[in-house]
Design a binder for this molecule. Structure first.
Ligand SMILES: *Cc1c(COP(=O)(O)O)cnc(C)c1O
Length: 383
């Protein structure tokens, strides 16, 4: 017998409350019953996105919402700046190039955050730039980017900032309206504690103006059409009825916990992950600007990373993520977003310690767990 724990940065664990909500018989989507669920979910979403604007719900993975941002806001030939600091930054650029946009790539060393001064320089050198495409949290390198500063760069320009907040919304404080973020994207299988299959996107007033003149081809992902339907408590095409029923439940859980507490929980979990790994003598992938969603850790030279991650998953039952591309076999990533609590972190740290020991690394067993416990104690008051 082996009990499984899911500690990867998507999909993330789904609470039983949400699973039960989704287990209800499927209802027809063009009914007042479904409209009520949909309307409630859409309203609760605005609270998590910290926006007064509509948050559109799409039936797709997160990448669908990213693609919809490109096709609904820009035209072929438009110039955009892409912050490429990992797999998902690269994806922004690839989507943009697929639709004939001209991409000014800003390549950032993996594990580091982008310097807003560099983005500003590229914007200044290319005054026709129509947008900055970036991540708030680059999951592949576990880096957090200075989105608030980046948003300032488009403020007085004919340009918008488009943020992939897929592992940031519901994790860290990223107030869309207050920071002047024009487009914010997220997905169900990350902090929203749902299975994969839904993507969310919100546009500022300025972004909706861009949507009026955008000339990229599109059909399924037509945000203006979705907005019109949202006003009638429905969707353009058949919505993912069960997932939206689960979404409402998950959003109620977030509301009950309180957004501030959700952010605080992620902050403590992330700090516990970082400090415990450091206590074991391991090097962090993103020590300077770490994401609150996941922590990337370099493995000791002597440990084969691919085998390590596989062993933890298949033998010990603990799923952490490995590295992608050039980080393959070199790192592992512990996720701490969504339905993750104190004892999930203890499990993750303990599995890393035991795994390293089994792989022949001279690890001081219990040291990481002790450090994690010390930090996680902050979450509780003396009884
Ligand atoms: C998970 C993720 C995505 C989207 O991936 P999908 O597989 O399309 O859901 C995009 N950006 C970031 C930063 C992510 O973590």
């Amino acid at each position: 017998m082996r009990k499984d724990y899911l500690l990867a940065p998507g999909p993330t664990p789904v609470p039983s409350r949400v699973l039960l909500a989704m287990a209800q018989p499927v209802i027809h989507h063009r009914t007042p019953q479904f409209s009520k669920v949909f309307e409630e979910a859409a309203t609760l979403l605005k609270h998590v996105f910290q926006t007064e604007e509509d948050v559109l719900i799409l039936a797709s993975s997160g990448t669908g919402a990213m693609e919809s941002a490109v096709t609904n806001l820009f035209s072929p030939g438009d110039e955009v700046v892409v912050v490429n600091s990992g797999k998902f930054g690269e994806r922004w650029g690839q989507i943009a190039e697929s639709y004939g946009l001209k991409v000014h790539w800003i390549n950032v060393e993996w594990g580091r955050a982008v310097d807003p001064a560099v983005v500003k320089e590229v914007m200044d050198n290319n005054p026709d730039t129509k947008g900055i495409l970036c991540q708030a949290s680059e999951t592949s390198t576990t880096v957090q980017h200075p989105v608030r500063e980046l948003a300032q760069l488009t403020k007085d320009h004919d340009a918008i900032i488009v943020v992939d907040g897929i592992t940031a919304v519901g994790v860290m404080d990223i107030p869309m309206d207050e920071w002047g973020i024009d487009v914010l994207v997220s997905g169900s299988q990350k902090a929203f504690m749902l299975p994969p299959g839904l993507a969310f996107i919100a546009l500022s007033k300025k972004a909706w103006e861009f949507a009026e003149r955008a000339g990229c081809p599109r059909y399924y992902f037509d945000l203006k059409k979705e907005r019109k339907n949202l006003a009638k408590q429905t969707t353009a095409y058949t919505p993912a009825v069960s997932l939206i029923t689960g979404l409402r439940e998950a959003l109620l859980m977030i509301k009950e916990e309180g957004l501030e507490n959700v952010f605080k929980r992620h902050e403590v979990l992330a700090r516990a992950a970082r400090q415990s790994m450091k206590a074991l003598g391991l090097k962090l992938l993103a020590p300077e600007s770490p994401s609150l969603a996941a922590t990337g850790v370099y493995l000791p030279e002597e440990v084969d990373g691919a085998k390590f991650v596989k062993y933890l998953r298949d033998t010990m039952g603990v799923t952490v993520a490995g590295g992608q591309d050039k980080l393959k076999g070199k790192i592992f990533r512990i996720a701490h977003l969504g339905y993750i609590d104190t004892f999930d972190m203890i499990t993750a740290v303990s599995a890393v310690e035991m795994g390293l020991s089994l792989f022949g690394y001279n690890v001081d067993m219990g040291r990481g767990v002790a450090e994690a416990e010390r930090i996680l104690l902050e979450r509780y008051k003396k009884p």
